[in-house]
Ligand binder design. Structure first.
Ligand code: C5P
Length: 400
C-alpha cells in the first residue's frame, strides 16, 4: 500500500501519455495522493481534464500562470511530494533535466526538486539508442535518478525496438519498491552482480561467456520488490532493467569491482555474475591485424569480486551470497567455494548442457550454507529469486 504517499506525476509529451491515466488510477487505488504537472507537449496527448478527474486535484501546466504561482509556487510542488515520477519521460525532458534547463514548469520543478525522481522513459528506439540519450541517462543515473523501463516491443511509429514506456503496473512496482511499501526489506540495501563480463582483447574483440544475466536480474528485481534499495551491477546483457532497481552497467571485471565497491555499504550482496576468471594481459589499444603469425593472447587473473566483498572488513555486507556454476561435483565444489571465498551462502547450479541453466528460463539450485545443503526443485529463475529473497529476509531479520 502507498497510503499517505504523495506523488508528483510529470506527464511529458509522447503517445505513452495515455498510460499515465492508468498509473494515476492504480496509485490512487493504493492510497497515494497524486498531483500532476502536464507539459505543453503532454497536453497534446492527454487532456488536463482527464488527469484532474482521476487525480482529483488541480493539474499544473504553465510556469507563468500568475494564479498558480501565487497559489502554489513551483518550489512547493516538489516540497509537497514524497516522490516525483516522470511518466512518460521523453528524450527531450531527459535532455533538459540532464542539462539543468528550466524553461517550463516541469523542468523547473525537476531542477528545484529536493525529492527523489523516478523516470519512465518513452521514445522511439533510435532516440533511446542515440548517444545523446545514453549520455543524458548516465548523467541522470549518476545523480541518483531512478528509472523504470523502457520495454522492448512494437512501437507506435510502426517500428520494433526498445523504447516503449514500462507498463503502469511495472512503474507502480518501481514506486512501491522505492517506498518499500510495508515490505520486509524496507530500509535495507542490496547489491547484486549479474551477467557476464567482457574482457577486451582489442577495441573490437573480447573474451566472454554464455551468462544471460537472467538469474541475477531476477534476484535484483525480487529484492527491490521486497523493499530493498537495490543496486544491480550488470555486465553486458540483453535483459531489461528490473523495475525499481538502480542498474549500473559495466563491461570488465575490474569495472564491476569498482562499481561494487562504490555501492557499499550494503546489507546483502548477491554475486550472481559470471565474472571472467581472466583478463587479457596483453590487450591492444588498436585492432589486431590478421596476417602473419596468429597473435598470442596472454591471460592474467581477474580480481575475485565475491572474495573481496566477503573480506571487506568493516564494509563487509552482513550477508554475502555467491553462486557456483559447475558442470561436475556440484555440491562438493560449492562447499569448497563457500570456504575459499569467505561467503555465507553459495547457490550451486549445474551449468552443464543438460542442466540448461545458462540462458534458459529455469534453474535447479542447491543452497549451500555453513549449516547444510538445501536442494530446491527445478524452478523458473523468477521463483528461484523469490525463494532466495525470502531466505535473505529471514537471515537479515533482527540484524541491525
Ligand atoms: O570461482 P567461481 O567463478 O566459480 O565462483 C563463482 C562465484 O564467485 C560467483 O558468485 C561469482 O559471481 C563470483 N566471482 C566473482 N569474481 C570473480 C569470479 C567469480 O565475484 N572474479
Amino acid at each position: 500500500m502507498l497510503s499517505g504517499k504523495r506523488i508528483l506525476l510529470i506527464v511529458s509529451g509522447g503517445i505513452a501519455a495515455y498510460k499515465a491515466l492508468d498509473l494515476i488510477r492504480a496509485l490512487r487505488k493504493r492510497g497515494a495522493a497524486v498531483r500532476c504537472v502536464l507539459t505543453k507537449a503532454g497536453a497534446r496527448f492527454v487532456t488536463p481534464l482527464s488527469l484532474a478527474a482521476l487525480s482529483e486535484d488541480k493539474v499544473y501546466g504553465d510556469l507563468f500562470s500568475l494564479t498558480d504561482e501565487s497559489e502554489m509556487g513551483h518550489i512547493r510542488l516538489s516540497r509537497e511530494a514524497d516522490l516525483i515520477v516522470v511518466a512518460p519521460a521523453s528524450a527531450d525532458i531527459m535532455a533538459k533535466y540532464a542539462a539543468g534547463m528550466a524553461n517550463d514548469l516541469a523542468t523547473t520543478v525537476l531542477l528545484a526538486a529536493d525529492k527523489p525522481v523516478l523516470m519512465a522513459p518513452a521514445m522511439n528506439h533510435r532516440m533511446w539508442g542515440a548517444k545523446a540519450t545514453r549520455e543524458n541517462l548516465a548523467i541522470l543515473k549518476r545523480r541518483g535518478v531512478l528509472t523504470v523501463g523502457p520495454d522492448e516491443g512494437d512501437m507506435a511509429c510502426g517500428e520494433f525496438g526498445t523504447g516503449r514506456m514500462a507498463e503502469p503496473q511495472d512503474i507502480l512496482a518501481a514506486i512501491e519498491a522505492h517506498f518499500g511499501a510495508g515490505a520486509p526489506l524496507s530500509g535495507r540495501r542490496a547489491l547484486v552482480t549479474s551477467g557476464p563480463t567482457y574482457e577486451r582483447i582489442d577495441p573490437v574483440r573480447y573474451l566472454a561467456n554464455r551468462s544471460s544475466g537472467r538469474q541475477g536480474h531476477a534476484i535484483a528485481g525480487a529484492l527491490a520488490r521486497a523493499g530493498a534499495r537495490t543496486i544491480l551491477v550488470s555486465g553486458p546483457t540483453g535483459e531489461p532493467d528490473p523495475p525499481g532497481v538502480d542498474v549500473r552497467r559495466v563491461e570488465t571485471a575490474e569495472e564491476m569491482l569498482a562499481a561494487c565497491r562504490a555501492a557499499l555499504p550494503v546489507d546483502v550482496a548477491v554475486c550472481a555474475a559470471a565474472v571472467s576468471d581472466w583478463k587479457i594481459a596483453n590487450a591492444r589499444p588498436q585492432k589486431i591485424k590478421k596476417g602473419g603469425q596468429a597473435p598470442q593472447i596472454k591471460l592474467a587473473d581477474n580480481p575475485d569480486i565475491l572474495k573481496l566483498l566477503a573480506a571487506a572488513g568493516k564494509r563487509r555486507p552482513r550477508l554475502v551470497v555467491g553462486f557456483a556454476a559447475e558442470t561436475e561435483n556440484l555440491i562438493a565444489n560449492a562447499k569448497a567455494k563457500l570456504k575459499a571465498k569467505g561467503a555465507d551462502w553459495i547457490v550451486a547450479n549445474d551449468v552443464s548442457a543438460k542442466g540448461g541453466a545458462m540462458g534458459g528460463p529455469d534453474n535447479k539450485v542447491h543452497l549451500v550454507t555453513k549449516s547444510g545443503v538445501e536442494s530446491w526443485p527445478r524452478l523458473n529463475k523468477n521463483e528461484v529469486a523469490r525463494r532466495l529473497t525470502l531466505q535473505i529476509v529471514g537471515a537479515l531479520a533482527g540484524k541491525t
